[in-house]
Structure formats: structure tokens, C-alpha cells
Design a protein around this ligand. Structure first.
Ligand SMILES: C[S@@+](CC[C@H](N)C(=O)[O-])C[C@H]1O[C@@H](n2cnc3c(N)ncnc32)[C@H](O)[C@@H]1O
Length: 217
């Protein structure tokens, strides 16, 4: 039975390990929250959190946080987490511009950004999850050497990201592919498919991927 948005939102907040603004007191204490010293990976704009759910099973020695600005959208992965008894995931409902309210400097070990909305109109560029203001926030919360993995189907957004990376000057590219799933660099981690990735692949669209780090930390 389809559930209303209001139901999903309320049920999300009633589910353990599903947070919103209520978890800002965990800033700097995420390791304590998970009760271990394991590395922390963040899936930004996670939607159904396919990566976090798959990686949590694959890497029990890591912790994962799925982040999205739509709590009703986080309901499904939250239910999966609960039903499957996954202990190394939590979810946070937030706008990514607020990410500094939830994490201290150097708290995250790795970031995943997959298939963000491309916002093709120039006047909407401020919403692109890979634009300079977002990158500055990511740089701050990432530890030295922490990797950012970025995937998109959208060639214009990929070109935009690459231009930004060159201009920002503090970014080192570690891997790049214009067709990840037909590239020798592909493997079971970077090739893990999200909901949107499956959809775009079914349409025959090559998946663009870049992995980078901030070199000025
Ligand atoms: C196109 S979906 C991709 C979902 C998922 N990453 C995937 O690959 O299947 C983009 C997601 O990013 C979220 N999003 C967009 N802007 C955001 C922001 N500023 N802060 C947090 N989440 C955001 C949307 O709510 C949506 O769930």
C-alpha cells in the first residue's frame, strides 16, 4: 500500500538512527554514535541510499551516513536498514549547505555524490552539488587524503565539474572515466549501481565518474 508523504516523514523520524536537525549534538561525535572508531563515509543526496546499504553490508568495518533533503524519500532506505538489521548506517535529513552544522572539520573519511540533479540553467547553478560553495564545505569536513567519488550521467554537468576542479586549484584528480562501466578502472566498489545509475544505463547513457581529493589540507 502506498504511504502518504506525511506518514513516511513521521515514520522516518520515529525510526532509530534516522535524524534531522535533532542530531546536531552529534557533531564531532559520530564515532561515539556508532560505538566504534571506524571510518565514516557520507552519501550526499543519497535518495534511496543504494550505495550506503550495499556498502554497509560489504564493509562492516566502516560506518555510513545517507544524507538527503527529503525525509519522505529517506523513509524507504530507513525501512530497509531496520528490516535488514543494519547497524553501521544512519540517515540525516538536511540541506547540504548545512553540512557544517552536523560535522566538525576532518570528521568524514570519504564522500559519495552520485547522479545529483544537473540544474542545467545557469541561474540554478547555485544548486549544483559540485559547485565551489559546496566543495568548500566538503573540503572542511573531509580528513586529509579523504576521497570524493562523483558520478553523473550528464555530460554538461561532468564538464562543469571538471572546469571547476581545474579552476579551484586545490583538487587532485585520482581517477576519471567518461564511460565507467566499459573502463578497466571499474570495480565492484566504484561500479556499484544506484537507482539512477540503473535507469540511465538502461537508456544506454555512459556513466561518467571522477575520484578526487583536496590537496591543500
Ligand atoms: C537525482 S537524485 C539521485 C539519488 C541517488 N544519489 C542515486 O544515485 O540514485 C538526487 C538526490 O539529491 C537530493 N538533493 C538534491 N539537492 C540536495 C541538497 N542540497 N541537499 C541534500 N540532498 C539534496 C535529492 O533530494 C535527491 O534525492
Amino acid at each position: 500500500m502506498a504511504r502518504s508523504k506525511e506518514f513516511r516523514k513521521a515514520d522516518y523520524f520515529a525510526t532509530p538512527n534516522c535524524f534531522g536537525k535533532d542530531c546536531v549534538d552529534k557533531k564531532g561525535k559520530w564515532k561515539a554514535h556508532f560505538g566504534n572508531d571506524n571510518p565514516l563515509s557520507l552519501e550526499l543526496g543519497c535518495g534511496r541510499a543504494d550505495l550506503s546499504l550495499a556498502f554497509a553490508a560489504m564493509f562492516p568495518e566502516r560506518n555510513f551516513l545517507g544524507i538527503d533533503l527529503k525525509p519522505a524519500r529517506l523513509w524507504k532506505p530507513a525501512k530497509r536498514m531496520q528490516e535488514e538489521g543494519v547497524k553501521n548506517i544512519a540517515f540525516i535529513y538536511m540541506h547540504l549547505m548545512e553540512i557544517g552544522d552536523f560535522f566538525v572539520e576532518n570528521e568524514a573519511d570519504e564522500l559519495w555524490i552520485t547522479f545529483p540533479d544537473p540544474f542545467p540553467k545557469l541561474r540554478h547553478a547555485k544548486h549544483r552539488m559540485i559547485n565551489p560553495p559546496f566543495l568548500a564545505l566538503y573540503r572542511n569536513i573531509l580528513k586529509k587524503g579523504g576521497k570524493v567519488h562523483f558520478k553523473t550521467d550528464n555530460l554538461d554537468l561532468f564538464h562543469y565539474a571538471l572546469e571547476i576542479f581545474v579552476r579551484e586549484k586545490n583538487i587532485t584528480l585520482l581517477e576519471i572515466s567518461f564511460d565507467l562501466h566499459n573502463d578497466p578502472i571499474n570495480n565492484e566498489v566504484i561500479g556499484m549501481k544506484t537507482e539512477y545509475e540503473r535507469k540511465f544505463m538502461a537508456e544506454g547513457i555512459p556513466i561518467k565518474y571522477v575520484c578526487f581529493l583536496f590537496n591543500d589540507k
